[in-house]
Design a protein around this ligand. Sequence first.
Ligand code: BDR
Ligand code: CA
Length: 308
Amino acid sequence: PLPVVLDGDPGLDDAVAWLLALASPALDVRAVTAVHGNVPLALTVRNAGVTLALAGTDRPYHAGADRPLVRGAVTAAAVHGATGLPAHNLPDPTQSPEAEHAAVALIRHARAEPGILTLIATGPLTNVALAFRLAPELPGLLREIVWMGGSTTQGNRTPAAEFNALADPHAARIVFESGVQLRMVGLNVTMQCIATPERVQALRDLGNRAGAVSAELLTFYAAVYRERYGLRGGALHDPLAVAAVLWPELLDWAAMDVQVEVQEGPNFGRTTCDLYGVTGREPNAQVAVGVDDPAFFARLLTAIATLP
Ligand code: BDR
Ligand code: CA
């Protein structure tokens, strides 16, 4: 199995993404690291422990950055509920978080197996950027980073910016400029992957706790997506980043230069994607530009079915 570290801000779609990863025998989840984001860090750390318990597994989990590198925190409690995991009957964490900081843990895992470790990041990139500053050799030690964030088109938190990019654009810029092997799974593909009422019912019908909780989380999400975007349910943003590692063939990829805007103003946090190569700059990322959404959901469902 492929060694991975999961870094994110659960957050209900982060939780579903992590359930997918923890359910997949093709992945060996070495550790889970939490960052500020959808809800404050204290909650994302607790939710990391809850998600591990939901998956019926005990892996080390670590707290990371409680705020972006430069600006104040941006949260998304309106989308993810006050706790970040709006569901009943959630198990308590079975273990406490590790004392080691997320960024330090990431460096340790990458150094232990140079060139082998994949990082799946589904939140603001603060922990990753901190790790890159602490260990400048880290970009060359990772197999790759797959990040849910950014967009080749419009944003969701502002007209220009996707939430994870907006929540720490300076960190995202450090990562995009680092030379690390990087794949970006942005809104342009994740907004095509909708947890429709039929899909939510299919998760519920699995009859296990992971399916029931996933269904409840995605139901909470659906109202916002109906009102704000006119969609039939919430978008499966973060699970698609895990799917991109498990089944890269389900997405179409294009190499391009991506610049993260850090100037204050209407484009703050925008990922400007040079889809047509007009700048002549060397690509710094493989960007997802298409997705086989039915196949993705079918495989997600099959994986969640294997959990308690
Ligand atoms: C991203 O923002 C968060 O709210 C979600 O968890 C996802 O990672 C989508 O823009
Ligand atoms: Ca997230």
